[in-house]
Design a protein around this ligand. Structure first.
Ligand code: 6PG
Length: 230
């Protein structure tokens, strides 16, 4: 199974280790193709990683940051992943990076996803970097087990840029990059903490697992590095 554990003593150390690796990937992209394109996750885990990455020296003016997924909430909400990224990542050295969020004011998440897709279609795909999180229900991005369109989201041939997601488990409707946009990234990593998430991820490697994260593990082009601390 496609797993490559990168184990660190604590959450600060894993944040710094992941920031070092991601900074190298961004520098490589800037030097090889003149720009870099990265998608990051929201939620609670990435805050220290964002703070660490924002201190890394590289030509951030050549970097575009977007989100792996977003809650269908305005940026003023404390549930907004865009607000989290602005407050924690687009600071310090990284203040000059360009940010393209997924949220748009629209009738529903599907309409907002259409607008986000149109905006992101001007970008050069694939992503250079995609950093994923995971919930204890086995979701990653906004691939929630209760999403009616889950099979489309995790279909490795589905090439939409952003999809709306109807989910109760997620707290509110969501916007997400589908599986293909994530696994085609030059560098895909999973950032998780704690023994419960480790157990869930190990479960996801089993043949009969229905955890949505399994779709990433099965379809990833290389074993997925799992940046983990207890
Ligand atoms: O907006 C979000 O919620 C995410 O991007 C989501 O996929 C997240 O990565 C997991 O839910 C883990 O979240 P925690 O880090 O809060 O456990």
């Amino acid at each position: 199974m496609n797993l490559n554990w990168q184990t660190y003593p604590d959450s600060q150390a894993v944040a710094e280790g992941l920031a070092d690796t991601v900074a190298d990937k961004l520098r490589d992209a800037v030097s090889n193709r003149g720009e870099a394109f990265m998608a990051v996750s929201g939620g609670t885990t990435p805050k220290k990683f964002f703070a660490a990455l924002s201190q890394r020296k590289l030509d951030w003016s050549k970097v575009t940051v977007t989100l792996v997924d977003e809650r269908f909430v305005h940026e003023a909400s404390d549930r907004s992943n865009a607000a989290l990224v602005r407050a924690n990542l687009l600071q310090n050295e990284a203040a000059s990076a360009r940010f393209i969020g997924l949220y748009h004011e629209a009738a529903d998440a599907t309409a907002a996803a259409g607008q986000a897709s149109a905006e992101l279609s001007a970008q050069k795909w694939p992503l250079d970097v995609a950093i994923l999180g995971m919930g204890t229900d086995g979701h990653t991005a906004s691939f929630f087990p209760d999403a009616a369109n889950l099979s489309t989201l995790i279909d490795p041939a589905h090439d939409a840029i952003v999809e709306g997601v109807d989910t109760v488990a997620g707290g509110e409707p969501r916007l997400t990059l589908p599986l293909l946009r994530l696994i085609e990234a030059g560098f895909v990593a999973l950032h998780i903490e704690g023994s419960e998430k480790r157990r869930v991820l190990e479960e996801a490697t089993l043949l009969d697992s229905i955890h949505p994260i399994r779709a990433v593990l099965v379809n990833a082009r290389e074993p997925v590095p799992v940046y983990w601390a207890a």
